[in-house]
Design a binder for this molecule. Structure first.
Ligand code: KG4
Ligand code: ZN
Length: 333
């Protein structure tokens, strides 16, 4: 079974090819156009998808040594995401499936992030707990099977990646600030400045308080010393990162205790964060958890995870009709 998967939910255009469940190629084109605006501009994102999609799909097929006529199914991210971006991928996938007379699979982006753990070994066994942390989402999910997931908690405002990016912006770092803040944090003192954590009752998260607190703290300090940020950058980054990581780990630990699940998986682009990885590894050692973190190329937005989720759906006979629409607010189910 040869499957082509397409991802276009935000600002990365991805295509991946699988053969009999094995990943043959995974191609992603990012969009540098957003850097000058300090965030993703939806209209520019959909235009860039239009430019990138055909070359990306062509490259993925070529790398896999296949042509479109070898395909048995086409998968695409249905949502959640930016409507214009989703439309480009959906229209392309539907048209291709229709022209080839092959089935279409509509994939939930959040489910795909979680199922990225099944692309390569080591894979968690069901059930397990997954913390999905990306630029758009922060969710704690009980994963009973590939098709049966329950959200235990999620952010009520900003996502963890957004918290990294927005606080990095306040520090004057270019977009996307998350990875840059991470790098600077590695030489800083995480306990130098105290910011409020965003762990709420239950399993939800809130990161908008952190953003506001950093904003007012920097305003106050730079009024007294205009070089405050420049003189304290690594410590500021380390302290902010420490706060976000502690918030995530606090809720994760609560969820492990409540569910009794000791297999803990990390998904989404923020899984690349060195502080989160180290914090999770040491907590896991202390608590006796088994931790799963996919390769970085499968953590950030990519089409391989979409293809992996589609394979589970294909096996379950869960096909989409040509009438299936992209859904920017699609919920995890
Ligand atoms: O999963 P992803 O590629 O896209 C979404 O679906 O949102 O995640 C991108 C997010 C961005 O907010 C980016 O700043 C953040 O992941 N990110 C990081 C790091 N690498 C990526 N945040 C903190 N530390 C990192 N090393
Ligand atoms: Zn994503």
């Amino acid at each position: 079974m040869n499957l082509l998967a397409i991802e276009s939910s935000c600002d990365d255009t991805g295509a991946a090819v699988f053969q009999n469940g094995q990943l043959l190629s995974n191609v992603v084109a990012g969009q540098a156009v957003h850097e000058q605006y300090g965030g993703v501009v939806p209209e520019l994102a959909s235009r860039a998808h239009q430019q990138h999609l055909l070359p990306v799909v062509t490259a993925a097929l070529r790398k896999a040594g296949l042509t479109k006529d070898d395909l048995d199914a086409v998968a695409v991210t249905q949502g959640p995401g930016l409507l214009g971006s989703l439309l480009v991928g959906n229209l392309f996938a539907k048209t291709l499936a229709l022209a080839l007379g092959k089935p279409l699979l509509a994939v939930n982006h959040m489910r795909a992030h979680i199922l990225a753990h099944f692309i390569r070994e080591p894979k968690p066994g069901f059930p397990f707990l997954c913390l999905t942390v990306s630029g758009g989402h922060t969710q704690l999910v009980v994963v009973r099977s590939a098709l049966d997931m329950e959200i235990l908690g999620q952010t009520i405002d900003d996502a963890a990646g957004e918290a990294f990016d927005k606080t990095a912006k306040l520090l004057g770092l270019p977009y996307p600030g998350g990875p840059r803040l991470d790098k600077l944090a590695q030489t800083g003192n995480p306990r130098r400045f105290a910011f409020p954590e965003g762990a709420l009752d239950g399993y939800n998260f809130s990161f908008s308080g952190l953003k506001t607190s950093v904003l007012y703290f920097l305003k106050k300090e730079t009024a007294a010393n205009s070089a405050f940020i420049a003189e304290n950058l690594p410590d500021l980054c380390a302290s902010i990162q420490h706060t976000i990581v502690q918030t995530l780990l606090r809720q994760l630990k609560k969820a492990v205790l409540a569910t009794g699940l000791h297999q803990v998986a990390l998904a989404g682009g923020v899984a690349a964060n060195s502080g989160l990885r180290q914090g999770l590894q040491s907590l896991a050692e202390a608590e006796g958890w088994q931790v799963f973190i996919p390769d970085f190329e499968f953590c950030t937005d990519n089409a391989a995870m979409v293809g992996q989720a589609a394979i589970f759906q294909y096996e379950a006979g869960d096909f989409a009709s040509q009438l299936t629409s992209p859904d920017p607010r699609l919920k995890l189910h």
